[in-house]
Design a protein around this ligand. Structure first.
Ligand SMILES: *Cc1c(COP(=O)(O)O)cnc(C)c1O
Length: 374
């Protein structure tokens, strides 16, 4: 990949990823972990992040869509993979043949899985999703009994229920009682299926559950965001306070500079007038995932902190540019720069959205150690 053709870089520090894994593994006290790598590993790169997490010792890699699972399977032939989103009619035969474990998000999926397993000639390894409060996926309390009876009939022939799981709604609010209620509900669902002879691994804890609710840890934990060095809720504890290190650092060189006189309007609609001063242009925009909401608010680092001036365009934005020259490095977020969580606060969103939306025009460059090749 020629650096000259790509004006920006997302540096991915795989050593920081391994460090964050170690921090979370200690919290999990020996329980196995599903490393969540959906959405191209929150924008960090599916194959590289997946391989690093496997080296770290995760039990599974977790993705949302089956398409992501197939991509991951090609990159990592031996990885245990769990996928939890697919529509009716999905190619479950291929999933079973590829050794991908699949979730059961609704009753319709049971018969589709059973018939796919018959075609594949192998039982499907499945994780039963329980709706304990998200009201989004999983079996409701009314659906569980019938589904569990059917699965008990199919067990060992068409299906093997290896997991039982649910998703936390408000674990990023450490004092909220819903988390304990959801945990109880999943434990009860485990008892229901145990009465039918099924003994799956129970997993519930996302990053917030793992960090702030020990009772949610159950048999296996399932963190995502904290692996990438961001806090599930910076208002509760910053990533730094949690001992986590940013994995993605986004940077780009200045592509042009200019001296402007007093009262100079900058960027579309002249939402800001500045001068006399020097301006510098950074070749990243909302097409790359830089939120337009960051206009006039977020800060970058080039020698020191500098504000974005005017609106973020599709491909570029302008910063205060005193002492800067074309080619100087501008760091948007990550190591030695504001955190993605700080960007999120400026943009009215969450850190997850900042890294996940960094687009395919930004090449990822992988290193072990954030100061390499700078
Ligand atoms: C995204 C996701 C996770 C990880 O959540 P974080 O808040 O990033 O730790 C865990 N489980 C499921 C089902 C998810 O969709």
């Amino acid at each position: 990949m020629s650096a000259a053709r790509f004006p920006s870089t997302a540096r991915i520090d795989l050593e920081a990823l391994a460090h964050n894994h170690a921090v979370l593994a200690e919290r999990a006290q020996g329980r196995p972990m599903i490393g969540v790598v959906k959405a191209d590993a929150y924008g960090h790169g599916l194959a590289e992040v997946g391989a690093t997490l496997l080296d770290c010792g995760v039990a599974y890699l977790g993705v949302a869509q089956l398409a992501e699972a197939f991509t991951l399977r090609e990159a990592l032939p031996q990885a245990p993979i769990l996928s939890w989103i697919y529509p009716p009619g999905a190619d479950l035969v291929a999933a079973i043949e590829a050794g991908i474990e699949i979730s059961v998000p609704a009753p319709w999926a049971i018969e589709e899985i059973a018939s796919a397993a018959e075609t594949a000639g192998t039982p499907a390894r499945i994780h039963l999703e329980i709706d304990t409060g998200m009201s989004r996926g999983g079996l409701t309390a009314a659906q569980l009994g019938g589904a569990a009876e059917r699965l008990a009939e199919l067990e060992g022939r068409a299906t093997e229920v290896v997991g039982l799981w649910s998703h936390l709604v408000r674990a990023d609010e450490p004092d909220h009682p819903l988390t304990a209620q959801q945990t109880r509900q999943l434990i009860e669902a485990g008892e229901t299926v145990a009465n039918l002879g099924l003994h799956p691994i129970r997993h519930l804890a996302n990053s917030a559950g793992l960090l702030w609710h020990e009772a949610t840890h159950l048999d296996m934990v399932r963190p995502g965001i904290a692996l990438y060095g961001l806090s599930p809720n910076p208002a509760v504890a910053s990533a730094e306070q949690l001992g986590l290190r940013p994995v993605m650092s986004l940077e780009a060189p200045v592509v042009s500079v200019r001296e402007v006189p007093a009262g100079t309007g900058v960027s579309y609609n002249h939402t800001e007038q500045v001068g006399p001063c020097r301006l510098a242009t950074v070749p990243l925009g909302y097409a790359d995932g830089i939120p337009r909401a960051a206009s006039r608010r977020a800060e970058v680092v080039a020698g020191r902190r500098r504000k974005i001036i005017g609106t973020v365009c599709m491909d570029q934005f302008v910063i205060e540019g005193e002492d800067l020259e074309a080619g100087d490095c501008v760091r948007l977020f990550g190591a030695d720069a504001p955190s993605a969580d700080e960007w999120a606060a400026h943009c009215g969103t969450i850190g997850y959205e900042i890294t996940t939306r960094i687009g395919p025009r930004v090449p990822r460059r992988y290193s072990k150690g954030s100061h390499e090749n700078r």
